[in-house]
Write a protein that binds this ligand. Structure first.
Ligand code: ADP
Ligand code: MG
Length: 304
């Protein structure tokens, strides 16, 4: 099983939207996938139609983490919920599982983890290995903070993906996440060595609609060494709107722009997983893209 974390310390960049869409995209391609919701706000769970309350709170991943941190033997498989019906409902097939979150239980787990010793750094990693034989991918949604839960996510991961959106402040969160990655190996005594796969630009616009901030973010992503992916995700109401219908946009709009863009992103991520960083194709800066556009326009004028 390959474990991917979607992380950034900034909220609202699209971690949850990216997590559920990449996970559902992988499921549509035939992989057996689990979404791991590590955010107490439980948005990924809600996006997949699960809201834990009352008696169902005992199904929260937060509960499993609490037990495990207190060294209670924990069978993670008991917490996995099958959400494949979301695919069938939209006429698709696949295996899409969920480890759901809930506010109180996950916050409590976070607190316990925060005070736990370094021997607990790979707690989630250990738990996820219980699913390794049954699933191909785990995609982890992380909370927008620096703390015990994102640290668990990165320590459990084979790959980490950063995120920026069209707003300049989002750069900082992506840079901080990449910097944190360096310490994961050290903190876990070498048990974890997640590979940074690059940063995705989310909620972006076609070049005709670029404003100053988007130009600055695009330039900044390259200049800060975030290794931006060529495949970007446009601002699209079908992506935000899909929360209400509890089926990720890739499922509902598989043959439309959102589906195609997430599919292209997955293909690019697969290439990066299998080739050395020196060979990765990096998205150009906005300045380079605008200059190339200008040159093409000039050539077109001359040939007319
Ligand atoms: N590409 C997109 N186009 C339009 N809306 C988006 C897109 N990505 C995310 N959103 C919306 O932006 C808001 C924040 O996204 P979310 O994934 O919850 O961010 P995070 O998990 O990083 O806090 C949500 O309302 C979500 O639906
Ligand atoms: Mg989120």
């Amino acid at each position: 099983m390959r474990v991917l974390a979607i992380a950034s310390q900034k909220g609202g960049v699209g971690k949850t939207a990216t997590t559920v869409n990449l996970a559902a995209g992988l499921a549509l391609m035939g992989s057996r996938v689990v979404v791991v919701d590590l955010d107490p706000q439980a948005q990924a769970s809600k996006a997949l139609g699960i809201r834990l309350e009352g008696g169902t709170i005992q199904n929260s991943l937060g509960f499993a983490l609490q037990a495990a941190v207190q060294s209670v033997p924990t069978d993670l498989r008991r917490y996995v919920m099958d959400r494949s019906e979301i695919l069938t409902k939209w006429g698709a097939e696949g295996t899409l599982m969920l480890l759901a979150s809930e506010d109180a239980t996950m916050s409590n787990a976070q607190h316990l983890l925060h005070t736990a010793g370094p021997d607990k750094a790979t707690l989630l990693r250990g738990l996820l290995t219980q699913l390794a034989d049954d699933l191909d991918f785990a995609v982890i949604d992380t909370p927008p903070s620096v703390g015990a839960l994102p640290a668990q996510a990165l320590a459990a991961s084979d790959y980490a993906i950063g995120l920026c959106s069209h707003e300049y402040q989002t750069l900082e969160g992506a840079v901080a996440m990449k910097a944190t990655l360096r310490y994961v190996t050290q903190r876990t005594g070498g048990a974890a060595d997640p590979l940074y796969l690059g940063a995705v630009l989310n909620k972006c616009n076609p070049v005709s609609k670029w404003k100053r901030q988007e130009v600055d973010v695009r330039n900044g992503m390259v200049e800060a060494g975030l290794l931006p992916l060529i495949s970007e995700i446009r601002a699209d109401d079908r992506i935000s709107g899909s929360y209400a219908s509890q089926a990720p946009a890739v499922i509902q709009f598989g043959n439309h722009e959102p589906g195609k863009r997430y599919a292209a992103l997955l293909q690019e991520l697969f290439v990066r997983m299998d080739t050395p960083e020196a060979e990765w194709e990096i998205a150009p800066t906005a300045d380079a893209q605008l200059a190339a556009l200008e040159t093409r326009r000039e050539k077109a004028v001359i040939s007319v």
